[in-house]
Design a protein around this ligand. Sequence first.
Ligand SMILES: Nc1ncnc2c1ncn2[C@@H]1O[C@H](COP(=O)(O)OP(=O)(O)O)[C@@H](O)[C@H]1O
Ligand SMILES: [Mg+2]
Length: 584
Amino acid sequence: MRSGKVIAINGNMVTSTFEEKVIQNEVAYIVLNENLRLKAEVIRIHNEFCDMQVFEETNQIKVGDSVEFSNELLSVVLGPGMLGTVFDGLQNPLYRLAEETGFFLQRGKYIFPLDPDRVWKFAPSVNTGETLKGGMEIGFVNEGIFDHKIFVPFNIKEKCKILHIAAKGDYKIKDRLAILSNDSGKEYEINMTQTWPVKIPIKTYKEKLLPDTPLMTGYRIIDTFFPIARGGTFCIPGPFGAGKTVVQQTISRNALVDIVVVAACGERAGEVVEVLREFPEIKDPRTGRSLMERTCIICNTSSMPVAAREASVYTAVTIAEYYRQMGLNVLLLADSTSRWAQALREMSGRLEEIPGEEAFPAYLQSVISAFYERSGLVELYDKKTGSVTIGGTVSPAGGNFEEPVTMSTLSVVGAFLGLSRQRSDARKYPAIDPLISWSKYQEQMEENLLKTRSRTWVKDILKLHDLLFRGEEIYQQMMVVGEEGTAMNDFIIYLKSYFLDSVFLQQDAYDDVDSFCSEERQVKMLYVVKKFVDKDFTFKNKDEARAFFMKLIGTFSRWNTEPRESEEARELEVEINKMLEGVL
Ligand SMILES: Nc1ncnc2c1ncn2[C@@H]1O[C@H](COP(=O)(O)OP(=O)(O)O)[C@@H](O)[C@H]1O
Ligand SMILES: [Mg+2]
């Protein structure tokens, strides 16, 4: 064990001497006494000393305290049992930690992330004599609703022969399941776990593919107007209180993916507590059981030390990549990435680096790109595909998007779902503003979209999007010249745009029925909405026009919230059709 001595302390930054060598990003422990060792990461190396960021409060650290270098990069332990668990940024399982130390978490207390005593039913899928390399499967255990594959550790690059493989049966995570040997006779023992450095992407797959399949979220405005691709990226920037967290939580519940990983970098401590309390109670609409069974939460509050906050998004994305390796579709949601960027800024400040815009480090853009680039649809060694889709919220101060974190994020993501204060103040939820949002995936996914939608789908959406712009323009004019000064034709265009917005773009996240709109229903609804938009109406006067559209919106809104197959829903549909034919 290499060691050193503390020579300076500045907030979470501790400077230490070292013997022989030190490795960039290696984990080190500061030893306060026999029972208290604080975890830290080496972030800068000088000639004779190095700077480390400590993942804990640094009070009581003294000059002269000894430091132990671990020889390992900051890593996570991967294996069965991560689903249903809440970890902190360093992968401490919070519920088990609380059981051991009480609810006031103790400093310097780290416990193994996975339950070492839990018994899993392992079934081998290979035979002795076969050759494998890192990232290939040796067997699986059942984890909740999935088969959790056990892999040859990803860091084994060379082909290895299987000398021994365990028989089907009950094993604990640390029990030996296989022995492999490479050409030069070096042997590896494999159990259900492996460790992986969080800042290095897992790349044991055949190739990365262009994301071309939609990921349905159940939000009409997203799926129809600004679609997200499986394996793609999106961001949700918006001012405080505009509904970013609500949108993310609805997506985590409803999105058609196998696994959800949530990185909760809370704005306030209370928010994370809410996540912890609410999540286990959310029912999975697909299985009817707790959503937690296919969810893994990594959480930090802004009151936790910066370094732990910085680590949490890497821990989360590594876990997401690991499940992708099993051929699953994983969704990673980071809320909020601004808190993460602030952690970077604080650390950079302590290192006295030359600051960029708004004191964020000059490398902010490259750190943000590197994070989103870990998303992707990949073809695995067994020819199956898996995906990691990454969505992050951004909370720019005052809701001004012209700031470094929003701008850096915008330049790398494939879809931008911008929330506006104007819409949230008007309680138009979700407050995703159709006039500023965009998605690059509509065209990229056209072929797959058209399989389930009309041939003119992409063109239709563009036209409806134009209607929203036109409606806003007329609305702005009307604010100046009044309703009387507005031509009848324009007034009807405005009403059509208002109608499209009210019944299609807006959606109640708290309504049991409306909160999730299936693809089939979105297609059907859009078909009906478009008929009204395309129809040439003649009204006697503006009052009549307004009354017609208000009634239509009322009927449509009720249709949105009635249980889909109910008698009421059918009657409302009939009524809507009659309104279209001018019978009512
Ligand atoms: N889709 C929605 N439907 C109804 N109310 C919403 C919706 N989105 C947000 N809200 C309201 O706005 C509040 C703040 O939302 P939140 O997601 O916490 O904002 P942010 O994360 O942007 O700060 C919520 O507590 C809720 O009352
Ligand atoms: Mg929030």
